[in-house]
Design a binder for this molecule. Sequence first.
Ligand code: AMP
Length: 208
Amino acid sequence: MLRALFLAAPGAGKGTQGPELADFYGVPYVATGDMLREHVANDTALGRAAKEHMDSGGLVPDSLVVEMVSNRLARPTPLAGFVLDGFPRTLNQALAAYEWGKDHDRTFDAVISLDVPREELIRRIQERQRLSGREDDDLNTFRHRLEVYDRDTQPLIDFYRERGILVEIGGTGSVAEIQQRIHEGLHEVGLDVEGRGDTGTSVVDAAR
Ligand code: AMP
């Protein structure tokens, strides 16, 4: 069972590689951005509290996100495996995740960072905005999201490197090439977890 998370700047490809990896290992893909957007769409109390932070490209307060994720990972029983995308994004969230993992015997096996140059991120986001029309993908908001990433999330790279579970992957190239690097990277850190080997059937939607 794989318990991995993606740690990378917005636009680096987490949302492309995350579901693929989760599908390969047959574990749920848990993306906090998707979950929050769903709350906003359903106009829940959490959605209303999160919306303005999301629209401005800032972060939703730690306490709200931690509660949302721990509910998701614990329901109905603590998930044995998962691929997390977009969480943790702050040191406080990482510490909360660690405590949750210790309490439930579910600490992370691997933290996958995807390294993509700034110019490439900006190029990709302009493309994504054209296709998705996501409000927080407009260029100014996106630049703010990058600043927030540098300030609040980037320090987690060292946090996980010190714990010996960081898998650093070059995030440019074709989707298949990056996918291959991720599998090799997991292998190199001794994660010989058996994948299902077929990427055809999606468990992603069922898991959401
Ligand atoms: P994403 O789809 O991962 O880029 O997330 C979209 C937006 O949701 C982010 O810009 C944040 O406003 C919010 N968000 C997602 N995950 C988190 C998190 N772990 N902590 C705080 N805010 C988050």
